[in-house]
Design a protein around this ligand. Sequence first.
Ligand SMILES: C[S@@+](CC[C@H](N)C(=O)[O-])C[C@H]1O[C@@H](n2cnc3c(N)ncnc32)[C@H](O)[C@@H]1O
Length: 221
Amino acid sequence: MSFGLSRGRTPDVGEVGLDMRTLPSCHEGRIDPRNWFDDKSNPLEIEIGSGKGTFLLQQSELQPKTNFLGFEWAAEFYRYGADRLRRNGRKCVRMVYGDATEFMKYWCEDHVAQVIHLYFSDPWPKKRHNKRRVIQDDTLRNFHRVLKPGGELRIVTDHDDLWTWCDEHIDRHLDLFERKLFDIVGSASEGELTGTNFERKYRREGRPFHSVTLVKYKNAP
Ligand SMILES: C[S@@+](CC[C@H](N)C(=O)[O-])C[C@H]1O[C@@H](n2cnc3c(N)ncnc32)[C@H](O)[C@@H]1O
């Protein structure tokens, strides 16, 4: 699949794009991603699996005083998304080419993010591939560590089996998070939950969606 950029050609995505393999100081302990932004004091929101960058583009327009950090491990989506954000002059958005769960587990500083967005995550439906799903017991613990107290993990999926999986994992971590109803994303259009590309595609197909917001307890460590 191509989106107007030929395979292997990396456009000049300027300061929007970061490659996880060459992150500055990645061998010197934990990284604080807030340092990648011009105004480090802005709240930080992280999106896992940004695809073509539609959520980042739409929501950063609505929240110009928030720093948005998107992760995308598929090279062509990363290139497309980062280039799109650069062309639209998004100064408070960065896209990382790499695995978000690896970053959160091994590299990311504690208590840095206000929100983690996980929208239409890959379902990996075959049993032997379930271990590749983003939501796992240890990723929930890592997201909890990366979030500030009172911070939120927001999840939407169309996939029934993935939803059951998430539900079961969440139930095992109710000591870490409180379940709340999903707050519709501010930049979503009428009738949408998030306004991402996959939501729009699946909505046209008439698929029902599952959603939840998990709130890290305010007094949590
Ligand atoms: C089904 S698409 C959804 C894209 C977008 N969130 C949307 O709703 O339109 C899932 C995306 O997440 C990316 N992805 C999945 N796991 C990831 C991970 N651990 N780190 C970074 N990207 C990931 C995939 O490459 C893919 O582009």
